[in-house]
Design a protein around this ligand. Structure first.
Ligand code: GLY
Ligand code: MN
Ligand code: MN
Length: 440
């Protein structure tokens, strides 16, 4: 069971039902199990939106939310039947009994009955909300269910006439985090920060990237957490590969190592990047570039405030990075023109952040009515500028080549100053060098 009280999930269902209006039905399935190899699956992780509404973490489950003419909600959960033999092999199942007693369902059926039962649940509803485009198989099934209701027209049944993308409503709900959610994200941030601190303390020249990865995952595991996404440990020029996850090279003295790793705690993600010297001391060039990225990151965090539009931190980052690149001689030209022509793209080719929540790249629109949306209290966003000087970039002096730096923190929008969930891991050059010296 989740550490969130069942009443949290019940009130989310109520909120969604209200947004759906009267005489509507929403069908939401969790993810399927993922095959790994031979007879082994990946460890199961439920679909975030399904879990957000149900608190139910088993595979093979479908939630149906119906509203009647008065807008009153009825919640039906389809799930796996209890089965003593299978439970001995594969673990506990809530079954119909659990769906009713523990998970707040008004009615529950075994998943095998879905095709039969859904027809009568659909009949006569005006609006059908589903998450189109999740899997082809599910989209086809929804079409078949609607068709089956239509075939019963002569008995007076009518399939929903309005098919609506459910994600529109759900994503907006998920975008604004409640106090309960922020408490979990605070934990995800703290654990992630502890893991990065440990990595700074444990790293040694000639260590393998994967061994350092294991130090981070060790911390996640101590709290019952898992990696929120594939951990990136990039030594030297590997840091210039944005999604480097092989993590199979040796870390060298004199190089930096870039670690992008976050803990998923109770289904909420942390997402931190830190870049630090393998031997504990930054070189002159590394320091110079690092200071530029850090200045940009601090300015961007400061711009992450309620009322500012989503792209403002990114615009600050582009200006500061471009200025820094000119100062260091990596770009030549007039500042505004370099920004306008996106000259920085050579060294900074990604955005400055993204929504963070149950998914690392969390749901929620970035634009509303064609405009970058304004930050609101309860949103959580990452701030992650970087500079990456490709190892084969002959347009710059050799001394810069192969240096990759990113600094990333998780920030909550509050009505006061930005709240940094990941502040427990140091990021100034002095603090990093000091921490690393202490652990040697
Ligand atoms: N770790 C993925 C990202 O920073 O976007
Ligand atoms: Mn990120
Ligand atoms: Mn990241």
């Amino acid at each position: 069971m989740s550490s969130l009280d069942q009443s949290v999930f019940a009130s989310r269902r109520q909120q969604l039902a209200q947004a759906m209006g009267a005489n509507a039905i929403a069908i939401i399935a969790t993810r399927e199990e993922m095959y790994r190899n031979r007879d082994a699956d990946y460890k199961y992780r439920p679909d975030s939106s399904f879990y957000y509404l149900t608190g139910f973490a088993e595979p093979e489950a479908v939630a149906v939310l119906e509203t009647d003419d008065q807008g009153e909600l009825c919640y039906t959960l389809f799930c796996r039947e209890r089965n003593r033999a299978l439970e001995i092999w594969n673990g506990y199942r809530a079954g119909i009994e659990g769906a009713l007693a523990q998970y707040g369902a008004d009615q529950a059926f075994v998943i095998e009955d879905l095709d039969d039962e859904i027809i009568s649940l659909l009949a006569g509803k005006d609006k059908l909300y589903v998450r189109f485009g999740q899997t082809k198989k599910f989209d086809v099934r929804v079409g078949e269910w609607c068709h089956a209701v239509q075939l019963k027209q002569r008995q007076g049944d009518r399939a929903p006439q309005h098919l609506i993308q459910l994600d529109g409503l759900l994503d907006e709900m998920r975008l604004i985090k409640s106090a309960d959610e922020l408490a979990l994200m605070q934990m995800a941030g703290k654990i992630s920060a502890e893991a990065h601190t440990r990595a700074m303390q444990k790293v040694r020249p000639e260590m393998m990237e994967y061994a350092l990865e294991a130090e981070l995952h060790y911390v996640f595991g101590q709290y019952g957490g898992v990696p929120a996404y594939n951990t990136i440990v990039g030594g030297g020029a590997n840091a210039c590969i944005l999604h480097y996850v092989e993590n199979n090279q040796m870390l060298k003295s004199g190089d930096l190592v870039l670690i992008d790793a976050g803990c998923e705690y109770q289904y909420y993600a942390g997402d931190i990047t830190r870049t630090f010297p393998v031997n504990g001391k930054f070189t002159g060039e590394q320091k110079a570039l690092y200071e530029v990225v850090l200045t940009a990151q601090l300015a961007a965090i400061d711009a992450t405030r309620v009322g500012n539009h989503y792209k403002l931190p990114h615009e600050q980052v582009l200006r500061i990075l471009t200025e820094g690149l000119v100062d260091l001689g990596l770009l030549k030209g007039e500042l505004n023109e370099l920004i306008e022509t996106e000259a920085y793209n050579q060294f900074f080719m990604h955005g400055t952040g993204h929504w963070l929540g149950m998914d690392v790249h969390d749901v929620g629109q970035y634009k509303v009515n064609g405009e970058w949306r304004a930050y609101q209290e309860g949103m959580v966003v990452t701030v992650e500028p970087g500079l990456y000087i490709a190892p084969d970039d002959e347009s710059v002096d050799e001394k810069w080549r192969g240096i990759g730096i990113r600094i990333e923190d998780d920030v909550v929008l509050t009505n006061d100053t930005p709240l940094i969930l990941t502040k427990d891991v140091v990021k100034s050059i002095d603090d990093i060098e000091h921490l690393m010296a202490e652990s040697r």
